[in-house]
Design a protein around this ligand. Structure first.
Ligand SMILES: [Zn+2]
Length: 267
């Protein structure tokens, strides 16, 4: 029997909210809401055993301008730095279809996109007639994904699935209709790329969810699922937490926006 491969996992920051964002935007329940609450925007890459899997595709400079985010670098340029050519990538996991996770699809012409059934149904269904729920989506991204469905380039999943040895997807409700998280085997055990199952570690620790939410109960259950799937609290990688770049070792000393989350945290 062959051993489960251990993968390298990179978190690559491509944008930030800027310092004007407050905690009001990060937590549902009463809190020091006017204090600063910046968040970062990431894509992730899983590399090893002859495989490259990209997790989410980020947004474009145009989307950043429209939503007043600070765009730092093209996600594909960051991937290029670590040796990944976006146009060669065969597998992209789309954790969910909010604008900050599913732009730039054209940059991945060779990819199959892994998506939960529930997410596509949600992003094209009745709830999108409510501005409060459609607001985090960009309809052009959704249309782009529908085109890829018709081109046979979307691999749908319903719940949990193993997409490679040691790499599994798990559906989480709450933040969107069918978000999925990714569990990856590494040399330090199994880590979970939580994406927006938890934006900040503090959302989980305080039991205080992020306010863009379809179902609070499912979101809280998602926090718990991350804890169950990961081999420890340090093995849960939050989706938008500025602490990620501080806690995990840099991929290269002079590169502040790329860290290795498969390695043990340094603080
Ligand atoms: Zn997000």
């Amino acid at each position: 029997m062959s051993e489960t491969p251990a993968y390298k996992v990179f978190a690559l920051r491509y944008a930030t909210s800027g310092p004007q964002r407050t905690r009001r935007e990060n937590f549902i329940f009463a809190d020091a809401h006017d204090a600063p609450g910046p968040i970062d925007y990431f894509v992730w890459a899983i590399v090893g055993d002859g495989r490259v899997i990209v997790v989410d595709t980020g947004f474009t400079p145009a989307a950043a301008a429209a939503r007043k985010r600070e765009f730092l670098r093209e996600p594909t340029a960051l991937l290029g730095l670590i040796g990944i050519a976006a146009d060669q990538v065969r597998d992209v996991v789309v954790t969910h279809m909010h604008y900050d996770h599913v732009g730039n699809l054209d940059a991945f012409p060779a990819a199959t996109f892994h998506l939960q059934d529930d997410e596509m149904a949600y992003a094209t269904g009745r709830y999108m007639t409510h501005r409060a729920l459609s607001q985090p989506f960009d309809v052009e991204d959704v249309i782009g994904m529908v085109r890829r469905v018709y081109a046979g380039r979307v691999r749908f999943h319903a719940g949990s699935a193993e997409i490679a040895p040691g790499i599994t997807l798990h559906r989480v409700g709450g933040h969107s209709g069918g978000l999925q998280i990714v569990r990856v085997n590494t040399t330090r055990g199994r880590i979970v790329l939580a994406s927006d199952a938890m934006h900040l570690t503090e959302n989980r620790i305080a039991g205080n969810p992020f306010p863009i939410v379809l179902h609070v109960g499912e979101m809280l259950e998602g926090h718990r699922l991350c804890e169950e799937l990961a081999d420890g609290e340090d093995h849960i990688i939050p989706g938008h937490d500025p602490e990620v770049l501080k806690r995990w070792p840099r991929w290269r000393a002079d590169e502040p926006d790329i860290v290795r989350v498969d390695l043990a945290p340094i603080s």
